[in-house]
Design a protein around this ligand. Structure first.
Ligand code: SF4
Ligand code: SF4
Length: 364
């Protein structure tokens, strides 16, 4: 397993986590076996936005004795205290649900306390007015909640919450469909979505990724908006290449699903490569580097994707990214303008020109 560091706090989070949306139907025995298998394979991040209450007590049993090896992402606004899932902004109901979830999970603390699924301005106003964020912050001050997060599909709303300076983690739906205006949650223009990911990285807010396969739509040529199926590994790599992303949370149904997802860790770069997207990219986003590194190898040894990522982040105000660039062994100034990358890039990025621009910006 690979791990990425939570910018606020430094926790090491597994790049593959476990989504709970589909596992409830597996039955107690299989849920437990799947969670145990995840832990054995180094998965340490567990989202608990489940479709029903069934997984909670089973997760609690499976984590007995190893709670410190897992991070739970718990949603303030997902109500399970009746045994069913319900979405709510009512503080009393949220308190009951949180008490129920802590008890079912046999724990007394929450690693990440999330404002749950806020996509409308009015819902955010309601959540803030009814004191849900205050409640999470109070629990944080008492030590029950360690970090605060938001789950949303809407860049505009995510920006509003980022403006409050209150969150450490954003759960966001990232996949090539949504990023290029296809699908139920394709909210915001491509550049607006990318700007959100960059802002998160610049401000040290990590991203946990939901809906990396667009609910499975991208995996089937019949439902893929591109008319061509992508693979799970391509979608996972795509999400992991976005700035700010720490972990991707596929909603596995059982051990077989998990086994297949874990195969990503040993998959070849060809299996993870999503350059095929270059042929679907809308014309207004052609020429924008997506940091995929399909253009490698660079004869001068430049990490082209990373150099471009640092450049974009630095321009978005990320001082750390500028520092990281400064420490690179090979920088844009080492480019020999061979144009190998220009010929290879499926997204038609003019990298020779860009490297000169990047060199001028950083002075090396
Ligand atoms: S220049 Fe093209 S191929 Fe290279 S990292 Fe950027 S988008 Fe990918
Ligand atoms: S043009 Fe520059 S960055 Fe691109 S492959 Fe050649 S040396 Fe590397």
């Amino acid at each position: 397993m690979d791990y990425r560091k939570l910018p606020h706090g430094g926790e090491q989070i597994s790049i593959l986590g476990l989504g709970t949306s589909s596992i409830g139907m597996a039955g107690e025995k299989d849920i437990r076996a799947t969670v145990e298998m995840a832990l054995e394979n180094g998965v340490n991040f567990f989202d608990m936005a489940s479709a029903d209450a069934a997984p909670f007590p089973v997760y609690g049993e499976a984590m007995k004795g190893c709670r410190d090896k897992a991070y739970f992402q718990i949603h303030f606004g997902a109500d399970y205290h009746t045994g069913q899932y319900g979405w709510t902004t009512k503080l009393d109901t949220i308190k009951k649900s949180i008490d129920w979830q802590l008890s079912a999970l046999k724990t007394d603390y929450i690693d990440f306390g999330f404002l749950h699924c806020i996509d409308e301005e009015a819902d955010l106003d309601r959540v803030l007015d009814s004191g849900v964020l205050d409640y999470i912050q109070k629990l944080q001050a008492e030590g029950t909640v360690r970090y605060i997060g938001l789950s949303s599909h809407t860049p505009r709303l995510a920006h509003r919450v980022l403006d409050l300076g209150a969150i450490d983690l954003l759960m966001f739906s990232i996949n090539p469909g949504y990023d290029y205006r296809h699908g139920e949650y394709a909210i915001g223009q491509p550049d607006e979505r990318m700007a959100l990911y960059r802002r998160c990285e610049a401000e040290g807010v990590g991203i946990s990724v939901m809906k990396a396969f667009s609910g499975g739509q991208l995996l089937d040529a019949k439902t893929s908006p591109f008319g061509k199926a992508l693979t799970e590994y391509q979608c996972i790599q795509y999400a992991l290449d976005k700035p700010g992303v720490l972990t991707v949370l596929p909603g596995v149904r059982d051990r077989a699903d998990l086994q297949r997802i874990l195969g990503f860790l040993n998959a070849s770069s060809e299996k993870r490569d999503y350059a095929v997207l270059g042929s679907f990219t809308p014309t207004d986003t052609v020429g924008t580097c997506v940091y995929c590194n399909h253009c490698q190898p660079c004869p001068a040894g430049l990490d082209i994707g990373l150099i471009n990522k640092y450049y974009d982040l630095a321009r978005a105000g990320d001082a750390l990214a500028a520092g990281h660039y400064g420490k690179l062994e090979k920088t844009a100034g080492d480019c020999i303008s061979c144009s190998h990358c220009d010929r290879r890039c499926p997204f038609q990025v003019k990298q020779v020109q860009l490297m000169q621009e990047i060199q001028a910006y950083f002075g090396k």
